[in-house]
Design a protein around this ligand. Sequence first.
Ligand SMILES: *[C@@H]1O[C@H](CO)[C@@H](O)[C@H](O)[C@H]1NC(C)=O
Length: 408
Amino acid sequence: MKTAASLAVPLVFALSAAASPSPVDTTHQLSARQCASSLDIANTIATRLQDNYFNIITGEYSGGEHWTDANNIENIHNLMLATGQDQWSDLADNSYLGRTANLEYDLGISLWSDILGGSWDDAQWIILALWKIADYKAARGDSNDAYLQSALTIYSLVEAAWDNTCGGGVWWSSADNYKNSVTNELFLLVSAVGAINFPSNTAFLTNAKKAQAWIASSALRNSQNLFNDGLVTATCANNGQTVWIYNQVGVIRRPFVAFVLIVPQGAIAAGLGALYVSTGDESLLTEAELTLDATIAHLTQGGILKESCDDAVSPNCNSDQVAFKGIFMKHLQYYLDRANNATRTAKYAGFIHAQASGVYHYGTDSSSDIGSVWYAPSQGGSIFDSASSGSGLAAHIVNAKYGPCESL
Ligand SMILES: *[C@@H]1O[C@H](CO)[C@@H](O)[C@H](O)[C@H]1NC(C)=O
């Protein structure tokens, strides 16, 4: 998120760091079957991503932002957890985000408030990356304390941005003028994951339930079971203006229509799936699949995800938008991890294979970079950058786990 919001003031919250250090999710993730041929492709893509786009000096990806970098770092660690390999074991500590975490842990200097700039959606993508790194380090027997501490620091900042305007919800930014889908779907997700990984820290489950109830009662979800971008602050009604707001892309870089229609749909499912683990309430899975299925029904072409800005002929997406489809796929993976149900997994296997196939045949160039357009061969419209390559990578990683393991 890009905004002129003023910096948030760090606040101290009740969440304590004295939680169990080893997230429980790693066992489940490592136990699932993985398709070797899909992992081979993913390794090739990841190697190219790191060699071509990752800057070892800055610890950032060229052309990326903190939140897209966070997603790329998460993807690389998700891949190493899948393969059991360690090609990028240094990535976390070398990354800008990892250095920031280590600085806070080693020297007590926290830059998070400055870095986040009051963007509470970006903040939560970073929490997810820090926790994925922590999963990886725990799986390798390494200390993950710095990553867990920083995740908690950031979580406390986000948690403080909840208030009762429109009955609840976390503000999109420290400007406190907009409540939207993705920020709150992420708050549900990170709270529910926190509840699983740190059960002694009861604030996580309380917040997850609070977020789920508020999202369900809010006007965020429309009659198609898709989430619009957000609420009209004055009335708390669904803002329903996704088409026009998209035209403001130069003002607020995040393209509302595309962001609303792809990314949150994955995050809401992953959040509901994670809350299901703690509550056993299977209706949460039914609710999640309403939105997953609506996304597949309405936001695909020829069975392959197509962002509203995706265009095989002329490049229309910005550097945020090119990341969205892969984030959707990654969170579909996380949803299926949490649902842990063969019937539900089988339901999405064909869709998952189709995305990997689109990425492979239409999206990938001869250098193993992946462009933004998956649904058709590029005629010049596919955008190639670090975020689009990481997005395609995510499609292969989920296909290795939950696809049919058939040739692409
Ligand atoms: C798996 O999901 C199906 C619905 O798709 C449900 O009927 C079934 O009870 C679930 N199985 C388990 C073991 O939870």
